[in-house]
Design a protein around this ligand. Sequence first.
Ligand code: MN
Length: 719
Amino acid sequence: MSSLSKSLDDIKIEDVLEKVRTYVEDEEQIKVIEKAYEFANLKHKGQFRKSGEAFICHPLNVALILTTIYADYETISAGLMHDVLEDCDCTPEEMEEEFGPTITKLVKGVTKLTNINFSTENEYLIDYYKKIIVGMSEDVRVIIIKLCDRLHNMRTLWAIPEDRQKIKAHESLDIFAPIAHHLGIHKIKSELEDLSLRYLKPEVFYDIAEKLNKTKIERDRIVYDMQNEITELLNEHHIPHEIKGRSKSIYSIYNKLDKGKKFSDIYDLLALRVLVNTEQECYLALGLIHSVFRPLPKRFKDYVAMPKPNMYQSLHTTVFGIEGYLFEIQIRTYDIDEVAENGIAAHWSYKENKGSNSNANLTSTTEQKLQFFKSIIDLSQEKMSNEDFVNSVKDEVLNNNIYCFTPKGDVIELPRGATPLDFAYKIHTKVGETTVGAIVNNNIVPLDYELQDNDIVKINTNKSSTPSKEWINMAKCSTTKNKIKAFFTKNERDIYIERGKYTLEKELRKRKLVFSEFLTDENIKKICDEIHADDLDEIYLSIGNGKATVNGVINVIHREEDTTPKIVKFSPKSIDADIIVSGIDKVKVNLANCCNPVYGDEIIGYITKGNGISVHRINCHNLENVDERTVDVLWNTNTNKRYLTCLLIYINDSENHMLDIVQSISMMNVSVDGIQVLGRGDKSTYELTCYVTGLDQLEKLIVNIEKHRYVEKVERAMR
Ligand code: MN
């Protein structure tokens, strides 16, 4: 629990230097650190933190945390000066003159991450992720300084007001802990989680801490006895090793309790870590331990042969240990232990201290580690709303993911809930598009099967096979969904072009015009100008998808031969472009304002007297007795219109929640047209009118509004 104590307010630069000297030998480098301290100390003179101590304590503590993950001298120097550009009278030029471009760039990077202006939570997150991507692509050390900065701020969180504490704690849990996890910096990840829990759910936190405390002596004794048994066993077989007792973090216990486990189940699970010299000895030790202590079935995991994408390598097993207690045992090499604890930071310290050829395995895994940033960048390049972007980053990149394997043993990281389709598209789009089936652990599974951690997945493909539209619902990742959608948009375009060309040829034949004579370059240009197309393909496309009529197009050139006076163009606002009426080429179409259909609703057309076709939702009560005057209508899939919809929101108390509701839905990229109160009293009803892109968004909107505890129900208005 020492990590949760207050920061040391009497920390000195000597404390930092002492730590640095344990792994940095170059005196020149140490001098730079000293100079950075002098510089920061001077600049921060007279400034104090909210906790009352001199400001310089903060950068000193950040530097000290950096030494625990063996940061290099440039990172530590930048850590000491990380708030100088932000809070003091100092220009980047001045700093660069004193410390050169590299250190200054690091400080500038951290400063950029601090300067965030945000209006809504989502925008803030988006901005944050984008800045992290930028910061990351410049230098990973920027993020590492930021993590240490955040950790020290969390340790001193008691000094700020309670509402700010909760915001910071949330941020740490949602953004910083996952980043630390993906960079493999376990220490920082788990301390950030514990500190966040302490401020977000103090009752739970202290309850677990107290229970741990009460059982500590007994647990320590059992761990000690088990440790002796294993030591004896390994010594007998001459395997040099070291055993560490391992305390589970409060947050990880909280997580297990949250998943329905009982506290007694958890503290029965005692934890040990065995460190040995070589990978081979890892397996030897495992075999010996299993020969004496019966392993729990299905709990063995081999991350040595198949490392996790964040570089984690370890053997995991759970055994029935002494006195019938369950023990979680991790076995790994000393080298790997460094990496598992410090992640990417351990990697740079290896490179500096032991020469670059010390461990080729570590070098190649750094590449893998950056995978997580690559995933964010990939997502940021997909066409999706800001909201979807943030949700995808949260669900698909930052959340605890599952790891599946190709039959060759390559690791594919996927979000929980992913299906074989996501797996296939992750390997390659071409593999995804030609998928015909999937085999998981030697069993044939449907394409919407939910993959589990450690599944071995074989994708069967067939060159001539193509995606099906149902796949969009079967996939979990938005990148997969977008790739499937892209396939259809491209293909639908081809189909429309084909259809348009065929229609034009047929009509020209009917009018006894020669195709090649009609489509001269000059005529093509005239038609393009008239219907706002770019080239011949787009002319076909416009005919094919109904934006222009074939007679209209021919009339641009041969006007006199037809009775239709003018080309029919549909402006983008026109409803006609959104709805296709079966069997009728051009007709006036209105969306009925009794039931306000939106894109995706099941619809039906009603032939009015003299006012074209009015389109209703299929269950509109105004259409109950009129089936002989109806006509089939369809949504045109190529629409990007927004549709007016009207919702009735039933509120179960008498307070005014309008602002709250409007705020919560404006984050969804829905434009609100108006909101009014229909009835007041103990309960009230709001009538909300807004514009949505279609049924999908509308359904999400309703779910979102229903989340408010004061909302009894939400329904679509029908007059
Ligand atoms: Mn700071």
